[in-house]
Design a protein around this ligand. Structure first.
Ligand code: NOJ
Ligand code: CA
Length: 684
């Protein structure tokens, strides 16, 4: 006879738990809404598969989209599933950033954790956690430790994003054999025709009522996510992970959590920025004392190499000489710029430095560069020397030297590195974006934190909010920056470029775009003006100034040669502009057309406004209602001068001042390809 002895009951419950107990809260459909009630996620079992959908104000944004994994050597975790448990929680906390686009961030969300199990043996289990915020949704998978799922190799993540609307997307491709390190120009087209694209992927529904951005957060030990497009079959985007050389996407062992998949939602394009969803989904800082982590502006021995007047390699045009570096340090010190970047200082640049990736030394300087002496000189002048580490993808070569190199820099008081990964494949043919590289970048961030070093990474993996946990991970490239205006075969970035960047790439985090080219015609560099079809910045000079406010970076370069800033009244704006912000407001914007951003400097009453346009001239009327009522301010205005035009006449800047307060309006006139930069400081 069956007796319910306590021992037996215990044994029974253990058995059921292994299969996944059907608890009181288990059901076929689970709903969770955002704190404001506008965003709703439904998680349900449909034909045995787990699916989620997203509604906003009762209208579908994402239709039921399936979830799951395909494994090597094991059946996929995709079908024959049931929901076995759910749990809910609510969270509301405001945290502060050591630096950023805003000082305070509110993390207010409702969470539901849905436990799912295979109906049939071996009954593998996983959890999908959804967090629903007023500004969007994040979800991730958790694979608990269990007998049927230990070590695993993911061949595909089967996450889908099925758009309800054939929304318009702004995208860069992800399926080229060479990905050019995300440094392509953006295209725009309906979701249904997308092939394969990178994230963040920004979309606007056809009725213009909803903006949707798909991206990821907390990318720690996984592969970067791309999106495989529907190619006219449907409106379903599928997660596509960057592979190892052997095609495996992710190797791991339970217990395991994936990055968060994020779906940012907004009513207007201007509400997309600053984007805080991904930061809220990253763990808090693990660096206790962040006082050494400081945003700054910097100049560098850099643009000269890109326009061909200096070289990285040794020889008569070698840029990184002791004397040249001291000249840059003097310039930075005289103009209140915090740092000097020096590229080409270390042995390894001679010959084909991309092929010779393993020849780079990160401790040995060229003979005409006295590292200890320039470090001493910089220190004496109150300027930080930014060390350049180009790896060209020689990952093992870099990792071998990392400890000794970082120890050397630390001993010389150097606390900032600009690194580089000019390569498409790494190691034995692994993707530049796969788990192999995610792990590498994490090792660098941790090692740098250990040695008190700030990072600015070029040719990075896209930003998944690492800066929250490691605030020394400050800026990165990961998009087509100013350098293309020096040498690109297409003749430079088109005037609309930065008006797209703001609503796409910039939503994932800071970018080291390197603004501030004043010698737009590059005549001083080459001895002759460049023709419009040759590479040169396709902006006016005032727009170069506005980019300091529009394109956020805590490490912000004054990219031109110091001699090109001499006797330039407009340079005063670069001296003044802040690099750390309390508040950010996007005043106006249309993706690919224009954007106007106002930001208040951290611990200061001063505001800065940056306005940029594409190839069309535009005028705006801006109310200054964000200023403190009753307070008197002065607006210092750097506008496109008479007749300014990016193509025919990019240089005129009209500088003026006028008293303003919270009741004032500013009338902005932007030239074709132009911009305007404004500093609003308290009246003295
Ligand atoms: C590409 C980077 O974007 C650029 O800033 C750097 O100068 C070169 N690589 C050389 O490392
Ligand atoms: Ca680059």
């Amino acid at each position: 006879m069956w007796t319910h002895s306590p021992a037996r009951l215990l044994a029974l419950s253990v058995t059921i738990a292994a299969l996944g107990p059907v608890t009181a809260s288990a059901q076929d459909r689970v709903r969770v809404t955002s704190p404001d009630g506008r965003n709703q996620v439904t998680i349900e079992i449909r034909d045995g598969a787990l699916a989620y959908s997203v509604d906003r104000d009762g209208r579908a944004v994402l239709l039921p989209s399936r979830l799951g994994f395909a494994f090597q050597g094991a059946p996929p975790l995709h079908d024959g599933l049931r929901i076995v448990d759910t749990s809910r929680s609510t969270f509301d906390e405001t945290w502060t950033q050591p630096w950023g686009e805003v000082a305070r961030v509110r993390d207010h969300h409702n969470e539901v954790r849905v436990s799912v199990a295979e109906v049939a043996a071996p009954g593998r289990r996983f959890v999908v956690a959804f967090r629903v915020f007023n500004d969007g949704v994040g979800f991730r998978y958790e694979l608990p430790e269990q007998p049927g799922l230990g070590e695993f190799a993911i061949t595909d993540e089967l996450t889908e994003f099925t758009l309800e609307d054939d929304a318009r997307a702004w995208w860069i491709p992800s399926n080229r054999p060479r990905l050019d390190r995300s440094e392509m120009l953006f295209s725009s087209s309906p979701v249904s025709v997308l092939d394969s694209v990178q994230t963040p992927l920004t979309m606007e529904t056809r009725d213009g009522r909803t903006f949707i951005v798909i991206h990821e957060a907390t990318l720690v030990d996984y592969a970067r996510m791309f999106l495989a497009g529907p190619r006219m079959q449907s409106r379903t985007l599928r997660a596509a992970l960057a592979p190892y050389a052997d095609g495996i996407k992710v190797r791991g062992r339970t217990p395991f959590v994936t990055p968060w998949r994020t779906i940012q939602l907004a009513d207007r394009a201007t509400d997309l920025a600053p984007s805080l969803l991904g930061l809220n989904l990253n763990p808090p800082s693990v660096i206790q004392n962040t006082s050494w982590i400081k945003p700054m502006k910097y100049v560098g021995i850099w643009w000269g190499m890109h326009i061909g007047t200096m070289t990285w390699s040794s020889g008569p045009k070698h840029g990184a000489t002791t004397a040249n570096t001291k000249r840059y340090i003097d310039f930075a010190a005289a103009n209140g710029l915090g740092g000097v970047l020096v590229e080409g200082w270390n042995v390894g640049w001679d010959g084909d430095w991309i092929q010779n990736r393993n020849a780079f030394s990160f401790t040995t300087a060229y003979p005409d560069y006295d590292l200890a002496e320039v470090a001493r000189y910089a220190h004496a002048k109150g300027v930080k020397l930014i060390v350049h580490n180009e790896t060209s993808g020689g990952i093992e070569n870099y990792e071998r030297q990392m400890d000794s190199a970082f120890a050397l820099y630390h001993s010389l008081g150097l606390d900032a590195i600009k690194s580089g990964y000019v390569t498409d494949f790494v190691g034995e043919g692994h993707s530049h974006y796969g788990q192999y590289m995610v792990r590498h970048h994490r090792r660098v961030i941790e090692k740098a934190a250990q040695y008190g070093i700030m990072l600015d990474v070029h040719e990075p993996i896209h930003d998944a909010g690492e800066r929250r946990t490691y605030p020394n991970m400050m800026s990165r490239e990961g998009a087509r920056g100013q350098e293309y205006n020096a040498w690109s075969a297409e003749g430079g970035n088109p005037p609309e470029h930065e008006t797209i960047l703001f609503f796409t790439r910039m939503l994932d985090g800071p970018m080291d775009f390197t603004p501030g080219i004043f010698d737009i015609l590059i005549e001083r560099g080459t001895g002759r003006p460049r023709r419009p079809d040759e590479p040169r910045p396709r902006t006016t000079l005032a727009k170069q100034l506005a980019l300091y406010v529009v394109l956020y970076s805590p490490l912000q370069m004054a990219a031109d040669l110091p001699e090109n800033y001499e006797h330039q009244p407009a340079f005063q704006f670069i001296r003044d502009v802040a690099v750390d912000w309390d508040t950010t407001r996007v005043i106006a914007g249309k993706i690919g057309d224009y954007v106007i951003v106002a930001r208040r400097e951290k611990n200061s009453p001063s505001w800065y406004i940056g306005a940029i346009t594409d190839e069309e001239g535009r005028t705006f009327d801006i109310p200054l209602t964000f200023l403190t009522p009753g307070r008197k301010y002065v607006a210092e205005i750097y506008a496109d001068g008479p007749g300014a035009n990016w193509l025919t006449n990019p240089l005129p800047v009209a500088i003026s001042q006028r008293p303003v307060d919270a009741t004032s309006h500013l009338h902005l006139v932007l030239a074709p390809g132009g911009g305007q930069a404004i500093r609003i400081r308290p009246a003295r």
